[in-house]
Write a protein of this length. Structure first.
Length: 319
């Protein structure tokens, strides 16, 4: 309860209200213009509080919404930033632009059951820092310590490194991932293993310490340690990965990801976590109203911003 009281200060509640009730540029000055009872200096101080944002994301939000089973999904997202001296900005690869750009890149872990999209944690990737595979390992170990037992862990071919596949198998978790066509299965590149469009085989990938099932579907290849699955089941499981793409779309379009101009890494970290809190709160409220997140957000645009964020107080203080 102390963590909840520390999190939901008047300034923090006002910041969340600005993210939830409006879709505007998320600078402290513009948010203070929306929430007139809080000055922009108080909002700025929220971003520089030395809080364990990730732990409070779990304690106050995610732990109440995550259920037994479900899927863990790993992915990263990028957005451009042109402030060369900002601590959170570096040269990153953008799949949208098809080239290296100056911007920010974040690795995100999400739990989903196909309906709920619950963020569990994030890590910043920067040039010269830990690789995205190492950041993904940190997020997965954190999820294990919190007692999660997913049906499957899903990710694209970038994260299908031997060390990550071995970690998941050692934890007793099943995974389904895309696989690059040049990966070696029993010493042969998978693109040379089948001359026809479809195929599947069990075998051993290089640097992977357990047997895997590789499935070919046209030009796509999938890998899983659940070797008893059929090819159809593997492809059906992997389709659930689309949920994290929807999560990124919501965070960027509705909850201020990528639109904050803060230059300090600490402030960006706080802002992104507040966006994750807002996503959880809006999902709960939309579920109670039997609306989609987009429809519920549109209904909020027509309402004045409240002095007290009641939906946050009710959710955070509920058992």
């Amino acid at each position: 309860m102390n963590n909840i009281k520390l999190l939901l200060t008047p300034a923090c509640a006002a910041y969340l209200a600005g993210l939830i009730y409006r879709n505007t540029r998320t600078s402290c000055l513009s948010l203070a213009g929306l929430c007139t009872q809080i000055s922009h200096d108080r909002l700025r101080r929220v971003l520089f509080q030395r809080w364990a944002w990730s732990r409070r994301l779990w304690d106050c939000c995610a732990s109440k919404l995550v259920r037994e089973g479900g899927y863990l999904i790993l992915d990263d997202t990028t957005w451009p930033r042109f402030a060369k001296r900002a601590a959170a900005v570096s040269l990153v690869w953008s799949s949208t632009a098809g080239r290296v750009i100056l911007g920010m890149q974040v690795v995100l872990l999400v739990w989903t059951d196909g309906h709920w999209k619950i963020p569990l944690g994030l890590r910043f990737w920067r040039t010269g820092g830990p690789s995205k595979v190492v950041l993904a390992e940190q997020l997965l170990r954190e999820a294990q310590r919190r007692g999660l037992r997913p049906t499957d862990v899903l990710f694209d071919s970038w994260y299908a490194a031997g060390r990550l596949l071995n970690l998941l198998d050692e934890q007793g978790w099943s995974y389904v991932s895309r696989l690059k066509s040049n990966r070696l299965l029993d010493g042969v590149a998978v693109k040379k293993k089948w001359p026809h469009r479809f195929g599947h085989a069990r075998g051993w990938l290089r640097k992977v310490k357990h047997e895997v099932l590789v499935v070919k579907d046209g030009r796509r290849y999938f890998v899983t340690n659940a070797t008893a699955l059929t090819s159809t089941a593997v492809k059906q499981q992997y389709r659930m990965r689309q949920q994290i793409e929807e999560t990124f779309r919501l965070l960027k379009q509705e909850f201020g990801w990528g639109s904050a101009s803060h230059q300090k890494l600490q402030a960006q970290n706080a802002h992104l976590h507040l966006g994750l809190y807002a996503l959880c709160l809006v999902q709960v409220a939309a579920h109670h109203q039997q609306q989609t997140i987009y429809a519920f957000r549109r209904s909020l645009f027509r309402l004045p911003i409240p002095d007290k964020l009641l939906l946050a107080e009710e959710f955070f203080c509920s058992a």
